[in-house]
Design a protein around this ligand. Sequence first.
Ligand code: HEM
Length: 469
Amino acid sequence: MTSPIELKHIQGDIVPGFPKKAESFFFFEIENVDAFRRELNKLVPLIATGESVSSDKEAIRHQRQSSSSLLPVAFLNIAFSAKGLKKLGFDPAEAQDDGFTNGQFADAKELGDDLKPSSSDPDWIPEFQKAIDGVLLVAGDSKHSVHRHLRKALALLDGTVKEVLNLFGHVRPGKEDGHEHFGFEDGLSNPVVKDLGTDLSGQGPVNQGVILCGRDGDSISDRPSWALDGSFLAFRLLQQLVPEFDQFLAQNALQVGDPTVNGAELLGARLTGRWKSGAPLALTPLRDDPELAKDPKRNNKFEFNPDSQEACPFAAHVRKMNPRGDILLEEFINPHRVLRRGIQYGPEVSAEERAQNRTDMDRGLLFVSYQSSLRDGFQFLQKSWANPTTFPPGKTQEPGQDPLIGQIVDPDNQGARSMTGANPGDTGSTLDLGFQKWVVAKGGEYFFSPSIPVLRDVFSAGFTIQGEI
Ligand code: HEM
């Protein structure tokens, strides 16, 4: 019988998630396995747990009420790829997740990524095509705190790892803080894990096993003991072509006969399913409502009308990713919910980029999602919901691709994307989204984020627990 879950046993980026202004993803290769396992033992006390992050979040909340400056905080988590686990002496296949075992590069074509094998400019950067054994996630209130904390972690690991790639992300400046680079408020709809948080959204909590392996609701019943209370982490380096996206919106601006409605903004909202403020189109289809957007008790309290795309297109990003109302039973949606913990990277769009409608500087999203099954979580969302033109099913008009992240999966990655329902006045018409994607996958990897007891007692130097949970 497995004892109830304790927050101090899980890594804090999973639940409750790091509060952060900046984050480094330090991808590494393990150089000397025995020495690494010894040093890992010393690193474990530095790892932020669900319990420690929850109390830091509480302290930050109190401090915000009394002053505007941020508490200097920094958090560390660690996760391993299948290659890394193998090096540590474990069989990744025991976890029974093929995506994890084979790695993301092997999955890239099926995800619809453009690998351009013959081109000198492949979308996937070389670092993600090489061996990555693990990642240190270091988040904090500033670049300075993050760098200092990363140096501390690396000092403890004492030369046993080699850097493959260090990606640095940070929130956008000023009032864009919390908004992704296309300008939309992000991080609004994340599931609450049963008994590990308070659900204000009205969507209801998901079973612990949707996010944490070995818990109630996990689709695999015989995980190895090292998987208990761990979670799979899908990392994606997603470049965003912001000037190009904005140019498309301007060129295809909607006309709704109301001069106070900005047609380009309305189109952007219809591609996303929410206004830039975060207000859901399902509740406020023709104009933004920033007050509604800010209210956690109301901003997720909606369902899509399964028979209509008048308020929100079937293919809109948030509708594809959480088809509430389209799929009527929660039990068919909940296994596919994930905890998103990403952060933006890169500079703001410059005046030159705006003027020429072309991206010159790299920017986008360092996407992170946690789930107990990559097959049911990230892979499913991308392959079964975002990419297929027929999802959500059973509609009078074929929905089309998710305009933000949908990709065409064919050997040559040819063809233009399209969707219906973009125009609220003529939902039967098709909008040609063109050949250019505005979100370009530049790489990624699948990792496993183990529980604290497993990191300390199993993966560090010491003994190996055999058997199943
Ligand atoms: C650069 C790429 C992306 C952008 C710009 C983007 C943007 C957004 C925005 C603006 C929202 C609405 C706010 C919120 O609920 O947090 C959202 C929600 C969401 N996104 Fe993305 N996203 C991106 C990539 C992805 C990917 C790769 C996935 C998974 C395959 C994903 C899954 C989701 C999910 C599950 C939701 C919540 C839907 C709901 O529960 O209503 N997103 N995204």
